[in-house]
Design a binder for this molecule. Structure first.
Ligand SMILES: [Cu+2]
Length: 129
């Protein structure tokens, strides 16, 4: 088997390239495959990260369910920490690092809920369907 070293190096190269492809697929890189909605008891929990904008920008959730928006900051010193959710009259400057829960009653968990930073530069929306 004269070609064995060559075959081995091709295999190794394939593994390295394959691994790089697998690890470069970030789940929320494009905002497509993000599992940020879960149930805790009777409540629907929606997690949104606030840092240099909001992530994910668009969330699809169940309508008519008592919902909690869990806004997470982690060393957030930009204006995405100043959150406004007009339809529920929410306006708050979040701690730079922490978790803030915003109650969304079931009758408000309908249609589309929009959140904005104080300057209206960043936004997120939750579509209740
Ligand atoms: Cu802003």
């Amino acid at each position: 088997m004269k070609n064995l070293p060559m075959i081995l190096s091709v295999l190794v190269a394939a593994l390295v390239i394959g691994g790089a492809i697998v690890f470069s697929q970030k789940p929320d890189g494009s905002g497509q495959v993000v599992q940020n909605v879960s149930m805790e008891g009777e409540k629907q929990i929606i997690e949104i990260d606030a840092k240099g904008g909001y992530s994910p920008k668009l969330t699809t959730a169940k309508a008519g369910v008592p919902t909690v928006l869990r806004l997470k900051t982690n060393g957030t010193y930009d204006c995405s920490s100043a959150v406004t959710i007009p339809s529920i009259g929410f306006r708050k400057t979040l701690d730079a690092t922490g978790v803030t829960e915003v109650e969304v009653p079931s009758n408000i968990a309908q249609g589309t809920l929009e959140g904005l930073c104080s300057m209206g530069m960043y936004n997120f929306s939750v579509k209740f369907i």
